[in-house]
Design a protein around this ligand. Sequence first.
Ligand SMILES: [Zn+2]
Length: 458
Amino acid sequence: MTHIEAFVHQLTEALKGRNADYIEARLEESQSSHITYRGRELESIGRTTAIGGNVRALVKGGWGFVSFNNLGELAGSVELAVKQAQLVGNQESQLAQVEPAVDVVSAEKDKNPVAIPLAEKKQLLDEYNDIIWRTPRLQTSIIGYSDGYKKVIFLNSLGSYIEQERADIALRLAAVATEGSEVQQAGLSLGSRGDFSLIKGRQREVELMAQHAVELLSAPQVKGGEYTVVLDPVLAGVFVHEAFGHLSEADFVYENDHLRQIMVLGRSFGNAELNIVDSAAVPGLRGSYKYDDEGVPATKTYLIREGKLVGRLHSRETAAKMKEKPTGNARAVNYRYPPIVRMSNTYIEPRVTPFEDIISDIKEGVYAKNWYGGTTSMEMFTFSAGEAYMIRQGKLAEPLRPVVLTGNVFTTLMNIDAIGNDLEMNQGGGCGKGEQMPLPVSNGSPHIRIRKCLVGGR
Ligand SMILES: [Zn+2]
């Protein structure tokens, strides 16, 4: 009997006759590799494998959670999780009804990137780093590559048994240029569902990124003020994830009175063209899966449909507490953590307007591209674009130093008055919530136009 069969057998035995309203367990086997550079120096390179699992128990509304690295600890972990839950539980357990599932989801389309020799990955990154360093006035480069392949087995006391495999690749490159006291940076984030060939052949993009960092040194600063701003799919996608998506996470809404008064289903948040979706059911993206980490099937959830708030993201518990349908959005970054409400693939649906028409009637505006960084605090956001251009008389004009966009997410959504036909999904980057990061997600949008957006330099 393999250790997995032994685990399943032990667990099935352990789940019997426990004094809990609900128990679930997961076992995770993972392989990963990483390569990082600082400047020309290879900073670290390596491969790791890990095995571990956890047990989560619910008693009278209280949760117990125990993770372990040794399968021998399983029986003890079940007992401990139930005991912990009994200590904190003091009300009625609430979990939305979900049919038990028995399923094996193999990673048929996901290749295992960890199996590719490290030397082959390093060769590609060396080539990218050489391209960056060929650019004059470059001060330094930063490269971080990581990949992983994991198999997760999930069981619960309802009778679910789900095996899922998945692969993931993320690559971030950045180039820093300096002149005197002036420092400018440009970056590129790439990722895929395990397909290494998708991060190959990016030589031209890497070259343009490095050149862009240098060009920024001599670009003018934008004159601060309110502009009509056009966001590219990358920046609009990140805006939707960071500024709006996190506010749609039901645990956050449930616990926050202020937000609960704002995020009222049926309320108008934008014009009738605006549709915002979160869907793990779209295949092949970094945030895609068939079942979440509570064994709930993935769904396509409209958050905003025709301008109105129509949904939010749920775990089984938040769905029950808010009397809404579960959406399959409970996810854990790995076995050391319990699942919490998370996004998957979040995007603005495309409409019909081509990019040329979006900018054609703008006399003086700003075209902001690429994500550089930013912060959100409830409904307020401050985002830096990695790249920006003036729009003059309906045409793209001179490049600008990176711009900072500031505003209230709800006002900004209301001010979106054109949505493009060119949806693109960002597969780079990862999401952080609490201690759990980076979680593979994707986000996307077509080009969008925002009226009266506050723009500053940084
Ligand atoms: Zn996030």
